[in-house]
Design a protein around this ligand. Structure first.
Ligand code: PGA
Length: 253
C-alpha cells in the first residue's frame, strides 16, 4: 500500500521561536483531530530543525529539510549535508523544489546527486517536478515532466527508488492562488506513475506516493486528494497557519 502524506514546506518563513510555537500548535491539532493513517511531515528552515525534531518526538509527525547538499562534507560554504541532517533525526528532504531550480540554478544533474545522497543515508526524498506556465501553454509539459523525473530519479536502482516520494508542483500554481484542476493534476500524476512503471515495475509504481503541490487550501484539498493517483500534498502558504494545515491534513483519508 502506498502511503498518503501531507507535507508542509515552510520555505524561508518563521524564526526559531515562531517555528516552535507553530509546531506545538500543529502537534496538538494533529493529536486531537486527525484520525487517518496518513503521514504528516513538516519542513521548517535548517535553523529550526533540531528543535522541530525534539518537539515531534513520540508523535506521528516527521521532520523534513527543504534542501541538502550532495556531498557528505567539504569546502561548500553555507551548505548542509545529509549526514548532518540525519545526525539530528531529520527523516525527509525536499529536493528539486522549483524555487531551488529557478533561483539557485539547480539542474537535473545536481538534483539527481542530491536525491542519491538523501537515499544513501537512509532518508526519504520528496522530489519535486513541475512545468512553468509557458511550458504548459506551449504543450511541452509532458516532455518537461518526463525529463525531470527520468534525469532526476531514474539513476536510482529499485531498492533506492522505494525511498522516493514525488511531488508534482506546476510552477504556475505555486503561491499564485491558481491551482491545477483535480483533473489536470490527475492527468500528470497518472503519467508520472506510468513513467515509473515503465522504468521499474508496475508494482513499484503502484507503491510510489505522488503528492500534488500548488495552492492547496482547505477548500480544494478534498477534491484534489480524491483523485486516484494523488496521494496527498506538498503545502506552502497554507502550511503556515495551523488551522488551515490541519484541515488539509484531515482531507487525507
Ligand atoms: P503553495 O506552495 O502551497 O504556497 O502554492 C507549494 C510549494 O511550493 O510547495
Amino acid at each position: 500500500m502506498r502511503q498518503k502524506i501531507v507535507a508542509g514546506n515552510w520555505k524561508m518563513h518563521k524564526t526559531l521561536e515562531e517555528s516552535q510555537a507553530l509546531i506545538t500548535e500543529i502537534r496538538g491539532l494533529v493529536r486531537d483531530e486527525y484520525r487517518g493513517q496518513g503521514k504528516v511531515v513538516i519542513a521548517p528552515t535548517f535553523l529550526s530543525l533540531p528543535s522541530a525534531v525534539r518537539l515531534v518526538e513520540g508523535t506521528e509527525i516527521s521532520i523534513s529539510a527543504q534542501n541538502a547538499h550532495y556531498e557528505d562534507h567539504g569546502a561548500f560554504t553555507g551548505e548542509i549535508s545529509v549526514p548532518m541532517l540525519k545526525s539530528i533525526g531529520v527523516q525527509y528532504a525536499i529536493i528539486g523544489h522549483s524555487e531551488r531550480r529557478q533561483y539557485f540554478g539547480e539542474t537535473n544533474t545536481v538534483l539527481a546527486a542530491k536525491a542519491k545522497s538523501v537515499i544513501r543515508h537512509g532518508l526519504t526524498v520528496m522530489f519535486c517536478v513541475g512545468e512553468t506556465l509557458e511550458q504548459r501553454e506551449s504543450k511541452q509539459y509532458f516532455r518537461v515532466i518526463e525529463e525531470q523525473v527520468s534525469q532526476g530519479l531514474f539513476g536510482l536502482d529499485r531498492k533506492e527508488f522505494s525511498h522516493v516520494v514525488i511531488a508534482y508542483e506546476p510552477v504556475w500554481a505555486i503561491g499564485t492562488g491558481l491551482t491545477a484542476s483535480p483533473e489536470q493534476a490527475q492527468e500528470i500524476h497518472a503519467y508520472i506513475r506510468k513513467l515509473v512503471a515503465a522504468q521499474y515495475t508496475a508494482e513499484i509504481a503502484d507503491q510510489t506516493s505522488i503528492l500534488y503541490g500548488g495552492s492547496v487550501k482547505p477548500e480544494n484539498a478534498t477534491s484534489i486528494f480524491m483523485q486516484p493517483d494523488i496521494d496527498g500534498g506538498l503545502i506552502g502558504g497554507a502550511a503556515l497557519k495551523a488551522r488551515d494545515f490541519i484541515d488539509i491534513v484531515k482531507a487525507m483519508r
